[in-house]
Design a binder for this molecule. Structure first.
Ligand SMILES: [Zn+2]
Length: 122
């Protein structure tokens, strides 16, 4: 009899350990699924942010090109010529020169910085 009870308890212990193990694995799987879901939500949000930045940047570039074109056409239509520009045209050319220290901060660089920050968030 004694031997029989011993034999009976051994597999029971193993069984409960196995069940505990299964429960733990299930919990880990649930956590993983939740993590993946929240990651997916984060990625979706980041995609929306990136798309919005892309749209704004495109609009900014188009606006910039229009403005540059308008300024260059003022110079083209002016009576002065290359090598002998009037004050107004010289001012316009200076404002278009990106090497000019007074040139406004480059919007492309600012957007790149924002994108880098977003990448670092991930
Ligand atoms: Zn001119």
């Amino acid at each position: 009899m004694k031997k029989l009870t011993k034999i009976k308890t051994k597999p029971n212990l193993q069984e409960s350990r196995l069940k505990e193990n299964f429960e733990m694995l299930d919990r880990i799987r649930d956590d993983t699924v939740n993590d993946i879901e929240s990651l997916t939500e984060d990625f979706q949000h980041m995609t929306l942010v990136a798309e919005s930045i892309q749209r704004n940047y495109r609009a900014l570039l188009a606006e910039n090109q229009l403005l540059k074109g308008a300024l260059l056409s003022i110079i083209d239509e002016c009576g002065c010529w290359e090598g002998n520009r009037c004050d107004r045209c010289q001012k316009i050319l200076k404002s278009l020169d990106s090497k000019n220290p007074d040139f406004p901060p480059n919007a492309a660089k600012e957007y790149r910085a924002i994108l880098n920050q977003l990448r670092n968030l991930g």
